[in-house]
Design a protein around this ligand. Structure first.
Ligand code: C2E
Ligand code: CA
Ligand code: CA
Ligand code: CA
Length: 273
């Protein structure tokens, strides 16, 4: 009976195996990608709508795999989170982003942080180390967290966020409006900025969506929280945001994610005007 069971299992094995093996192969490739220097950062400019100036840039991770080509972050960040690789990978990104920002006078640098990193204990230490290494002051660093970070209301996360803010680092709530308790989090957690998710900006032509965006902008103003609109692609969207007092805009209309040197060129060309 035992061997029969095994045969039955083996009968179903190949299909399951394919998924498991593909996933395992991705994990293995990811694991070796960091020491092989296959990761890179792009930077996307963030504009202050009132002044029209570039006030910051968000670091976005890129994986250039020799066998897979360029893999989008949505396809490897979740795997890196599950394997724990996001901890050294995130540390690398933080350091790399700060070093790039050191050559951009007065520009804020925004870095995405995973829940896994925040819960890993040594996170504040690695932030302090990246700032010291690059010479970038804490006031120029912004950490972007999603609501999933806040979902389990562990004391560790709250303590860590307070500690980071105590250093002068700003905390941004990413993809605002897509989670289960966006408003609740604003009440419980120290936040300096909210980034309205790009799904709202995309549908801003819809009356109800427009009302929501206007309300979030007003909410930010009342709470003293900077509001950034994500995924701004058209003049129409930009004009709506400006007319309604949104503080910052980010998206393809303002600039696509680019190499660090291109951001520097962009800043120079703007300074001439
Ligand atoms: P996110 O933090 O919400 O980043 C914004 C995403 O929107 C980026 O996708 C960016 O390229 C894209 N985007 C910017 N402007 C526009 C626009 O006008 N239209 C459209 N359609 N898209 C726009 P990307 O680079 O593929 O990153 C996807 C996600 O991967 C990020 O979403 C973030 O959650 C995650 N991610 C990226 N880099 C890192 C990282 O260093 N660490 C962690 N933990 N997550 C990262
Ligand atoms: Ca982000
Ligand atoms: Ca976002
Ligand atoms: Ca996102």
């Amino acid at each position: 009976a035992k061997s029969e069971g095994r045969n039955l299992y083996r009968f179903f094995e190949p299909a399951m195996d394919a998924t498991v093996q593909a996933r395992r192969a991705l994990e293995v490739d990811l694991e070796t990608a960091l020491p092989r220097h296959e990761f890179d950062l792009d930077f996307q400019p963030i504009m202050n709508i009132g002044s029209g100036g570039i006030v910051g840039a968000e670091a976005l991770m890129r994986w250039h795999s020799p066998t897979r080509g360029t893999v989008a972050p949505d396809n490897f960040i979740p795997v890196a989170e599950e394997t724990g690789l996001i901890v050294p990978l995130g540390e690398w990104a933080l350091r790399k982003a700060c070093v790039a920002a050191a050559s951009w006078p007065s520009l804020r640098i925004a870095v995405n942080v995973s829940a896994v990193q925040l819960k890993s204990g040594g996170f504040p230490r690695s932030v302090i180390s990246a700032l010291a290494f690059s010479g970038v002051p804490a006031s120029r660093l912004e950490l972007e967290i999603t609501e999933t970070v806040l979902m389990d209301e562990s004391e560790t996360v709250l303590k860590t966020l307070r500690q980071l803010r105590g250093l002068g680092i700003r905390i941004a709530l990413d993809d605002f409006g897509t989670g289960y308790s966006s408003l609740g989090y604003l009440r419980r957690f120290p936040v300096d900025k909210i980034k309205i998710d790009r799904s709202f900006i995309r549908d801003i032509g819809n009356r109800d969506t427009a009302a929501i965006v206007r309300t979030v902008i007003g909410l930010g103003a009342e709470l003293g929280i900077t509001v950034t609109a994500e995924g701004v692609e058209t003049e129409m969207q930009f004009d709506f945001l400006r007319a309604n007092g949104c503080v910052e805009a980010q998206g393809y209309l303002i600039g696509v994610p680019s190499k660090a040197a291109d951001i520097q060129r962009l800043l120079k060309s703007r300074a001439l005007h």
